[in-house]
Design a protein around this ligand. Structure first.
Ligand code: XUL
Ligand code: CO
Length: 436
């Protein structure tokens, strides 16, 4: 049975099209900087927001019309949902998807039953992947919804809950591996604290480090060589999450010796909750070789919480693509829409409008960023701005050949530094606007 019978495959119709169910910019096979848009962008649909979100909020009940869903937590309903998900992704033309274990398969009465449920749904996912060619970008485990995780999972004070979380992640990695997943994500969930009076921060962080090492050891044991991705987020659900931002995550990764196995999955709404821009977080991760993948969404700066909206802002997408192109792409990561339609957008077709908007915004961002790079406007300006480090004393500083003493001698002889030049911020902002 078709679940979106009134919708054909979403086709590229070009910038002049006024058909809302078409792409104006995302043309999967179009080549930009030597690669197709599909290869650059590696779009992924997330299972939780797209197929599980029901529109409820703290003030009101579910609103989403999902006629295929009987509302039950049965395996049968979960398997039916797989068919819907793959019909949607195929019509959209998304090459990847991702999920938490509990998005795709219901919790059972025991761990064994829960694992069996997951295996049954994984059979359906595997068949659907083979039928459609859609691939798994990453898998992950939900270690935050069930009440057992109220004190956290890897950072809980309850060793049995830690063990349960470990068993759950072991299974989630195995299923990710079985489905050919290219990455495995750790988002902190409840790995943080509400109050330091009752919290041993050192012990909790040590446990989280141990947990990730065990995950990597298990991956090695079963031959899963996908990338592990740590996803920063400063707050929600806890007051303070240990994975606060890219800097905190990188410090954690290095402190616990995980740098060979773990990179970062950077999300826009999390960056802004941390008081950063997405471009800052991407750049910070990328310059150190740790930008693995992105969760493409956006928050509402007037609301200030994790609203997980679809990214339609072309400036934002351009800034993301400038960083992504500069590091030569995201693969094996991708651009995952960790975003949900608004509670008021309750019809199934809204799922298409939302994803089309995000894909078109990123396709435009890709084209604009490539044009900016081709003209060298930013690159040339920046390298010229630092030219004093290309020769003379600057070159000696960068080469590690200068000491404080040598620099003092140099400056005593010279008397005063060469004059500063303008940073030309406004001129550059105007030039970027020319490309949009
Ligand atoms: C939560 C969030 C997660 C992760 C996966 O804010 O972003 O959905 O992306 O666990
Ligand atoms: Co996310």
């Amino acid at each position: 049975m078709e679940c979106f019978p009134e919708i054909e495959s979403i086709a590229f119709e070009g910038p002049g099209s006024r058909n809302p169910l078409s792409f104006r910019h995302y043309n999967a096979s179009e080549v930009v900087e030597g690669r197709t848009m599909q290869e650059h962008l590696r779009f992924s649909v997330c299972y939780w927001h797209t197929f599980r979100a029901n529109g409820s909020d703290p003030f009101g009940a579910a609103t989403m019309q999902r006629p295929w869903d009987d509302g039950s937590e049965s395996v049968e309903n979960a398997v039916k949902r797989v068919e819907v998900a793959f019909e949607f992704m195929q019509k959209l033309g998304a090459p990847f998807y991702c999920f938490h274990d509990r998005d795709v398969a219901p919790e059972g009465a025991s761990l064994a039953e829960t694992n069996a449920n997951l295996d049954r749904v994984a059979d359906a996912l595997e068949a659907a992947q083979q039928r459609t060619g859609i691939k798994l970008l990453w898998g992950t485990a939900n270690l935050f919804s069930h009440p057992r995780f109220l004190h956290g999972a890897a950072t809980t004070c309850n060793a049995d809950v830690f063990a349960y979380a470990a068993a759950q992640v072991k299974k989630a990695i195995e299923v990710t591996h079985r489905l050919g997943g290219e990455n495995y994500v750790f988002w902190g969930g409840r790995e943080g604290y509400m109050n330091l009076y009752n919290t041993d921060m050192k012990r909790e962080l040590d446990h989280l480090g141990r947990f990730m090492h065990m995950a990597a050891e298990h991956a090695d044991r079963i031959g899963f060589d996908g990338m592990f991705l740590f996803e920063p987020k400063p707050k929600e659900p806890t007051k303070h999450q240990y994975d606060f931002d890219a800097a905190a995550c990188l410090n954690f990764i290095r402190s616990y010796g995980l740098e060979d196995r773990v990179k970062l999955n950077i999300e826009t709404n999390h960056a802004t909750l941390a008081g950063h821009t997405m471009m800052h977080e991407l750049t910070y991760a990328s310059i150190q070789g740790f930008l693995g993948s992105i969760d493409a969404n956006t928050g509402d700066l007037l609301l200030g919480w994790d609203t997980d909206q679809f990214p339609t802002n072309v400036y934002l997408a351009t800034r993301c693509m400038l960083v992504i192109l500069a590091q030569g792409g995201l693969a094996p990561g991708g651009v995952n829409f960790d975003a949900k339609v608004r509670r008021e957008s309750f019809e199934p077709v809204d799922l298409f409008h939302a994803h089309i908007g995000g894909m078109d915004a990123f396709a435009r961002g890709l084209k604009i960023a490539a044009a900016i790079r081709a003209d060298g406007v930013l690159g040339d300006f920046v390298s010229n701005r630092y030219r004093s480090f290309d020769s003379g004393i600057g070159k000696e500083i960068e080469a590690g050949e200068a000491s404080f003493e040598a620099l003092e001698t140099y400056m005593l002889e010279k008397g005063n530094p060469d004059a500063n030049e303008s940073g030309r911020q406004e001129m550059l902002e105007n030039i970027i606007n020319d490309y949009l």
